[in-house]
Design a protein around this ligand. Structure first.
Ligand code: NAI
Length: 270
């Protein structure tokens, strides 16, 4: 018995990282899962992992930058499983090797069309399906700690994630009368292929760990655990908000080295 028994969940960007972990977690919790991505090889592997949980899986090639792909994804999910109860708009990209001074129109459009337009139309298609079913539902969008922070190197990513935080508020208000909640998850630094270039630069990885009160980089399973709760019936009073699985990094200025030095000084005084 899982707390998502009998539910149907949909996850975009499910070929790797956070999306894969959420798909597998939902299956472990009892849901059948539709998984979508542009990376069909990665989808195959996620499908295998979902089947290992003895749940049904539907893998759909889908580019979330195209509204018609999202509409087809939702239609195929409903045709296959008979409904939709949980939808996670997770697919995302980050611009690389650019900054505020050099970003091109193409780079801007790519990030915004996947991370913001893609999230909007995923939430819209899922919300309309849930509203038509009359069953209520759970909408989740993956934002980031970059919904709160700026970054000289990734201005479009930050703008898109700040936009996601606002989108979930709008959907929460629109969907409340139908028993549909809408929330965002704002992960901190998580070990996925998106952050591989950061982790390959040891001084930066060490800086991030030092800056994080919990003292480690996060895992996709940390994100999936939050999604599992937000997707549950127990989360019916939580809507329009953003939950940060970030090890405390957005709580305020912090240095682990300084905190340890302070603790040593306190022990010396006692
Ligand atoms: P990832 O790169 O492992 O996963 C992203 C997935 O999205 C990939 O499978 C990719 O093929 C897919 N994707 C890209 N463009 C797509 C499109 N147009 N249509 C459909 N799928 C597409 O990276 P990760 O970290 O798992 O990212 C998942 C989400 O988590 C993203 O929204 C990202 O911004 C967010 N996030 C990640 C953090 C991290 O530290 N890894 C921190 C905060 C947020």
């Amino acid at each position: 018995m899982g707390h998502l028994d009998g539910k149907v969940a949909l996850v975009t960007g499910a070929a790797s990282g956070n999306g894969r972990a959420m798909a597998v977690r939902f299956a472990r919790d009892g849901a059948d899962v539709a998984i979508a991505d542009i990376d069909t090889a990665g989808l195959e592997e996620t499908a295998r992992l979902v089947r290992q949980q003895e749940r049904r899986v539907l893998a759909v090639e889908c580019d979330v930058a195209k509204k018609e792909d999202i509409d087809r994804l939702v239609a195929e999910t409903v045709r296959t499983f008979g409904g939709l109860h949980i939808a996670v708009a997770n697919a995302g990209v980050v611009e690389r090797e650019t900054d505020c001074f050099t970003m091109t129109e193409e780079q801007w459009d790519r990030t915004i069309s996947v991370n913001l337009k893609g999230v909007f139309f995923t939430l819209q298609a899922a919300a309309n399906q849930m509203r038509a079913q009359g069953t209520g539902g759970r909408l989740i969008a993956i934002a980031s700690i970059m919904a709160e922070w700026g970054s000289a190197g990734t201005p479009a990513y930050c703008a898109s994630k700040g936009g996601v935080k606002q989108l979930v508020r709008s959907f929460a208000l629109a969907c409340a009368p139908y028993g549909i909640t809408c929330n965002a998850i704002g992960p901190g630094f998580i070990e996925t292929q998106m952050t591989a270039p950061l982790r390959e630069f040891p001084p930066l990885a060490q800086y991030l760990i030092d800056r994080t009160p919990v003292g480690r980089i996060g895992t996709p399973e940390d994100v999936a655990a939050v999604a599992s709760f937000l997707a549950s019936d127990e989360a019916s009073f939580v809507t329009g908000t953003i939950v940060f699985p970030d090890g405390g990094i957005t709580a305020g200025l912090y240095s682990r080295a300084l905190a340890m030095a302070r603790e040593q000084a306190a022990q010396g005084r006692s």
